[in-house]
Design a protein around this ligand. Structure first.
Ligand code: SAM
Length: 581
């Protein structure tokens, strides 16, 4: 950081000669009110944080904030303007100025020496928190400074005190793209007596941290929270959407046996050491029922053991104005009181996707052949709210054989596919094959012939294999908790396409809500616009469907579907914050 700062434009210089040259340049620089205001704001804010910390450690409850207003900055810059154009002054005027500033023994100096004396007297070097003295008396705070004589000194008379203002330092662990932070910023905008100050943000994912930095104008490095030894600043609040894979119903439900379950223990260790007043954790709602609630109970007990009151509740984003059906468990720990999450306020719970779909975005970004097949079917039967998968059925489901994704099929072949799809899930086939039942076993020609009576059966099955609707495989048995092929088993026909094999998994119904966005399939949720175009969710729709502002920026090269599939919905966090603060 430079030692000398220009009072007008706030540019800094480490060498005095460069600074002098800047002051006497032919085209004088412009007064940068914003920069000066920012410098003062920053210094005042740092002072306030320091002061509040002192107050906290002295068990004084009040927190203080101060606003350096536009008007103050204007007054200051006006005074500076008056004083600044010294380079244009005559020697006589300069001597007069010296006198005003209390500079003595200047009669023998030439013009440039006088200039130097005046500027060095008035050089603001970067305003820092040390240049500001704060004192609190009778619930009134005074800030004083002697930098920028006759200008910042105005601060002496500017005393803004809101004794119910709270500065809350927080850390954002496993921060992802900052759902917690967006929520805290929203909450602060609506509750101006709160100032949330993020002192640490950590995430291990490059895309996430780059997106986070871009939006919050920071320079956080990719960080594994397991590597955090010390947290430099004190903090009152810890937020973390800790990794959910070990608990999610989509994952293998390994719970604490999975390594990633370990992150919660790191979070607990951090709380043990730093004792933040409040901890807000988010995870998949499956955590509540996993292993009859054992892992959740363990987490709660660990926090209770270190003196926290613990509450948890399953909350759905649809109850907070966001048309995404996303159930998550929120665990809130407080050192002061039991937080009553049952009193959480629901907001606009009837919101539908129509409120976020951009009906003016008319294009198709799904492979044309596939899109045309879907739209043909849509012209016969409206497909809003339909799913697309081969291994399950149901009324509102499209199978790849319905639209001939891998080639058109006869009615008999389609009917055969439907029968195999249902039969392969039945328990008695497992007994016959002498394997532990699994949902979707291959069936042999003779097994299929027990429920399909058609002389062309073998020919049809071969055609379905050739077109990649079916594949031949051995059954799998369950050995030591793992599915492995039973090499003694007979080859059978099985459905080969999982739901992620298709360009889309769901066609959203604009009059309803969307399913949970996940990292793996949020890029497969489709909307139909004007009954003509089928496309994926665009950037703005993703943001709104997750409760993020449209101003939220996305770098072009990140996997936005992965990031938004993992985030915490700010609206829900805001609801929790209202219960806590
Ligand atoms: C469920 S997401 C939370 C997302 C976040 N709440 C948001 O709003 O975007 C879990 C996050 O934890 C991060 N993560 C996983 N392991 C981590 C670790 N060891 N250290 C730091 N972050 C980690 C992942 O990269 C992911 O972004």
């Amino acid at each position: 950081m430079g030692k000398y700062s220009c009072e007008k434009c706030a540019k800094t210089f480490s060498q005095k000669s460069h600074y002098d040259k800047h002051l006497t340049r032919k085209n004088p620089c412009e007064i940068q009110t914003d920069k000066i205001k920012a410098l003062i704001d920053k210094a005042v804010e740092e002072k306030l944080i320091e002061l509040n910390k002192k107050l906290t450690s002295n068990n004084i409850e009040n927190n203080f904030t101060i606003n350096v207003t536009e008007q103050m900055t204007e007054q200051m810059t006006e005074q500076m303007t008056e004083q600044m154009d010294i380079s244009k002054m005559s020697k006589l005027e300069l001597m007069k100025k010296c006198k005003e500033l209390g500079i003595t023994k200047c009669s023998s100096k030439n013009k440039s020496q006088l200039l130097e004396l005046i500027t060095s007297k008035r050089s603001i070097h970067n305003i820092s928190n040390n240049d500001i003295n704060a004192s609190v008396e009778n619930n009134k705070m005074t800030l004083q400074t002697d930098v920028l004589p006759q200008s910042v000194v105005l601060l002496q008379s500017v005393v803004l005190l809101q004794s119910d203002c709270k500065i809350i330092n927080y850390i954002d662990l496993c921060c992802g793209i900052g759902g917690f932070r967006v929520a805290l910023e929203n909450f602060q905008k609506k509750n101006t007596n709160f100032k949330f100050n993020c002192v640490l943000s950590a995430d291990i994912k490059d895309d996430a941290i780059r997106t986070y930095n871009l939006n919050f104008n920071e320079n956080n490095k990719k960080t594994d929270i397991l590597d955090i030894d010390e947290i430099g600043s004190g903090f009152d609040l810890l937020c973390a959407g800790f990794p959910c894979q070990p608990f999610s119903s989509a994952g293998q439900k390994k719970g604490f046996d999975d390594d990633r379950g370990g992150i919660i223990f790191k979070i607990i260790d951090i709380c043990k050491k730093y004792k933040p007043r409040v901890v807000i954790l988010e995870n998949v709602s499956n955590l509540i029922i996993l292993e009859n609630g054992k892992p959740l109970k363990k987490i709660c007990d660990e926090f209770k053991n270190i003196d926290y009151f613990v509450s948890y509740k399953k909350l759905n984003a649809t109850d907070f104005g966001v048309p995404q059906n996303r159930e998550r468990v929120f665990i809130v720990c407080s050192l002061e009181k039991q937080i009553d999450l049952d009193k959480i306020e629901h907001v606009n719970p009837d919101n539908t996707l129509n409120s976020i779909i951009d009906h003016s975005a008319k294009y198709t970004d799904i492979e044309t052949g596939f899109a045309n097949k879907i739209m043909d079917l849509h012209s016969q039967t409206p497909l809003f709210g339909y799913k697309m998968q081969d291994k399950r059925g149901g009324q509102n489901n499209i199978h790849s054989w319905d639209i001939g994704v891998n080639g058109v099929l006869t009615m008999d072949e389609r009917s055969l596919m439907n029968k195999i799809m249902t039969e392969r899930r039945k328990k008695h086939w497992a007994e016959k094959k002498n394997i532990v039942w699994m949902d979707g076993m291959p069936l042999t020609l003779s097994e299929i012939s027990t429920f399909v009576d058609d002389p062309n059966l073998k020919q049809m099955l071969d055609n379905l294999v050739a077109k990649n609707y079916l594949r031949l495989e051995k059954p799998k048995n369950l050995i030591s908790g793992k599915r492995v092929y039973d090499e003694t088993g007979e080859l059978g026909y099985n459905i080969c396409k999982g739901k992620l094999s298709f360009p889309i998994t769901n066609i959203l119904d604009p009059t309803a809500t969307s399913p949970t966005l996940t990292a793996t399939d949020s890029n497969k949720l489709a909307v139909i616009i004007d009954n003509t175009f089928i496309r994926k969710l665009n950037d703005n729709e993703l943001k709104l469907l997750c409760g993020f502002p449209l101003s939220y920026k996305l770098p072009v090269d990140v996997d936005k579907y992965d990031l938004f599939g993992n985030m915490v919905i700010p609206n829900v966090v805001e609801g929790v914050l209202k219960c806590v603060f």
